[in-house]
Design a protein around this ligand. Structure first.
Ligand code: ZN
Length: 453
């Protein structure tokens, strides 16, 4: 067995264990219990003679840091950051056990690791750990430090993971560049590979709708908060924001290898809606989110008793804003959507703690971007490496906010195309092919070899 095969096997095995540990983050402080994955990774590093520190923000909400010192204290440090938590599953939608971590070979001969976290992002967590252990245990040193940062709680905003470490232990996690999820999706013909250079910002809102209680047996003329809430949800569904058709969006269209006519139509504000409707829905969903503010009302609660007219309803909405949009803009947008007739019955609340307005982007004019591009071309010769936008939020934003370039990377096999990859994020039947695990593990090693030259 050569080194490449050995490392790939190690990544596969570690990914299987990480999946089986089922560190499911339900958004409650006590869920996640990432201590299981943190201790697993700590053990893996110890087997290579490497010390790692564990940090507990709340009981069981454990993150890990290991630092491989460079030879030149002035040289920039690179942080490899991955999260160890996963989102919940709806078991009914799965063909295999979502926490089984099994390797299954498909009828067309592709071996895949199955389970929650296989693409988001335990695949990268495993690949980073294996690559880091290989480098450190080989005794190889680079000019700058290499930091392995394995964090809890990414799936619910990072408060108990990345943010906790940055706020309280900056000396331990300090770095000049960050690599994290997600990226490395090749276009069908391999002519381009997308990496992430920026992301949308969450601007989640709760709309509290007030009514007047009354007896459920006499509803005539009552002021039922649930009717008003339902009407507000309808208006949200009808709202169509102005598309933002900028250069990054144009690059994404080109990278997807869409026909010229389709690209032209998608860049035309008058035609983009119809053109999206004509595309396969997986691709349209992602492209729509890349060029619009999105709003998805996902929770509604109302009333106390079946025989009492609802005097209060709450709607919770997943909102994602684009670069340049502010939290104030989104509040105004909701006031406009709700309208003057219903606005007096409503309060608009922000659900997540205040964040930076708009989305943050990292410049691609950096030695790290060049190292990534060179490394990716080892696997995909002559591929253009294209910066793109993540529609969800990642822990990279904490670093971008501090002016530290952070990119979403990885490297996938051409068996896994972007629309299917995105479908598996938080979706049913999440899985990753072994070839992608090999490419991603190798990518980190190649980047380390190229960053400081
Ligand atoms: Zn993730």
């Amino acid at each position: 067995m050569n080194d490449l095969e050995r490392r790939t096997n190690e990544t596969v095995e570690l990914l299987q264990q990480l999946i089986k540990n089922a560190c499911v983050n339900e958004g409650t402080p006590e869920s996640g219990q990432e201590i299981r994955n943190a201790e697993l990774i700590q053990g893996e590093l110890e087997s290579g003679g490497i010390d790692a520190q564990l940090y507990e923000s709340l009981p069981g909400r454990t993150s890990l840091v290991a630092r491989h010192a460079g030879t030149d204290p002035e040289a920039p440090a690179l942080c490899l950051m991955a999260h160890t938590d996963v989102v919940p599953v709806s078991v009914d939608g799965w063909r295999e056990d979502p926490f089984g971590g099994e390797v299954i070979t498909s009828p067309d001969g592709v071996s895949e690791v199955w389970g929650r976290g296989a693409v988001d992002m335990l695949n990268v967590t495993a690949a980073m750990t294996v690559a880091f252990r290989d480098v450190v245990s080989s005794g190889k040193r680079y000019p700058g430090d290499v930091v392995l940062l394995m964090v809890a709680d990414e799936e619910f905003g990072g408060t108990h993971g990345a943010q906790h470490l940055i706020n309280n232990f900056w000396d331990d996690v300090r770095c000049d560049y960050v690599l994290t999820e997600y990226g490395g999706t090749p276009t069908p013909d391999g002519s381009a590979v997308l990496l992430t250079a920026g992301e949308k910002t969450g601007a989640f809102r709760r709309i509290v709708v007030h009514g007047t209680p009354g007896h459920g047996s006499m509803p005539y003329g009552t002021d039922n908060a649930l009717y008003k809430a339902a009407e507000i949800v309808r208006r949200i569904g009808e709202y169509s924001p102005v598309p933002r058709l900028d250069q990054m969006f144009a690059d994404r269209l080109a990278a997807l290898g869409l026909p010229e006519d389709t690209q032209k139509a998608l860049m035309d504000p008058a035609r983009v809606a119809d053109e999206l409707a004509a595309l396969p829905v997986d691709m349209a969903r992602n492209l729509h989110a890349c060029c619009h503010i999105t709003m998805s009302p996902n929770i509604m609660n109302a009333g106390d008793k079946v025989n009492t007219v609802a005097n209060r309803a709450e709607i919770e909405i997943d909102v994602r804003i684009l670069p340049g949009d502010t939290q104030d803009d989104i509040d105004q947008t909701f006031r406009d959507i709700i309208g003057p007739d219903l606005l007096p019955s409503c309060e608009i609340e922000q659900i997540l703690p205040e964040r930076e307005d708009g989305a943050a982007f990292s410049s691609t004019e950096t030695p790290l971007w060049n190292a990534l591009a060179d490394s990716i071309q080892m696997a995909y010769p002559n591929a253009a490496v294209v910066p793109s936008l993540v529609t969800g939020g990642t822990d990279a934003r904490f670093f971008r906010k501090m002016g530290i370039p952070a990119y979403g990377a990885g490297l996938l096999s051409s068996d896994l195309q972007l629309p299917e990859f995105l479908n598996r994020f938080h979706g049913h039947n999440e899985r990753i092919d072994v070839k992608s695990l090999e490419l991603t593990t190798q990518l980190w090693l190649d980047v380390l070899d190229r960053l400081w030259v």
